[in-house]
Design a protein around this ligand. Structure first.
Ligand SMILES: [Zn+2]
Length: 205
């Protein structure tokens, strides 16, 4: 397994690359800014970029998409349909050329990406179209689950009620996995079940 991570942009969004050397392909999650650094990460991996996947539509997770497409114009970009449009603000997903590259995914979708299987959980709360992505024992948690915390729910379309439903779903998944959030350090699902006050509260609802 090939795993790489860089922090991009002024608020340090985690951008991840996942792939398999044997398959020769990879995908990138949440290229929020600094597309040239993301492209460098892809180049260094030696793998062919297959797709860009977005955990949600906020600009700090999507801002580098256009710059990557400039070099990889054929690469599809996946986002949940609820975060596609920009009602009343510039905080949502927007980039030139969305028409040809744009794909939507949602609850229960399974994509063959990076030499593995990517499973999509729709986890609204931080935004209406937030998703958590499972790939092998890796959870890309976006701004839903953080180490010791969870994403804020006071932005447009956010909902604390939905967040707790989403957190409960994550806590109820079987077994353990490595959790890589959209901001801050990595953790494990079991660690969060034991110590994360938001997840613990959600599990009691
Ligand atoms: Zn966000």
């Amino acid at each position: 397994m090939v795993f790489r991570q860089i922090q991009v942009g002024p608020i340090g969004t985690n951008c991840y690359l996942l792939g398999e050397e044997s398959a020769g392909v990879c995908f990138v999650a949440d290229p929020g800014d600094e597309p040239e650094r993301v492209l460098g990460m892809v180049r260094e991996s030696g793998l062919a970029l297959q797709a860009i996947v977005l955990t949600h539509g906020h600009y700090d997770h999507t801002g580098g998409v256009a710059g990557i497409l400039a070099e990889h114009p054929q690469v599809p970009v996946y986002i949940h349909r609820n975060d596609l449009y920009a009602p009343g603000g510039s905080q949502r997903y927007q980039y030139a050329g969305a028409g040809t590259n744009q794909r939507t995914y949602g609850e229960g979708d399974v994509l063959s990406l990076g030499g593995g299987t990517l499973r999509v959980l729709h986890t609204p709360g931080h935004s209406p179209g937030s998703v958590v992505l499972l790939w092998g024992d890796v959870m890309l948690a976006g701004d839903t689950l953080f180490a010791g915390s969870c994403g804020r729910c006071d932005l447009f379309g956010g909902s604390m009620e939905e967040m707790f439903v989403s957190l409960k779903r994550l806590g109820s998944l079987s077994g353990d996995c490595r959790v890589f959030p959209g901001h801050g350090p990595a953790t494990t699902l079991e660690t969060e079940r034991r110590t994360n006050p938001y997840l613990r509260h959600a599990m009691q609802l």
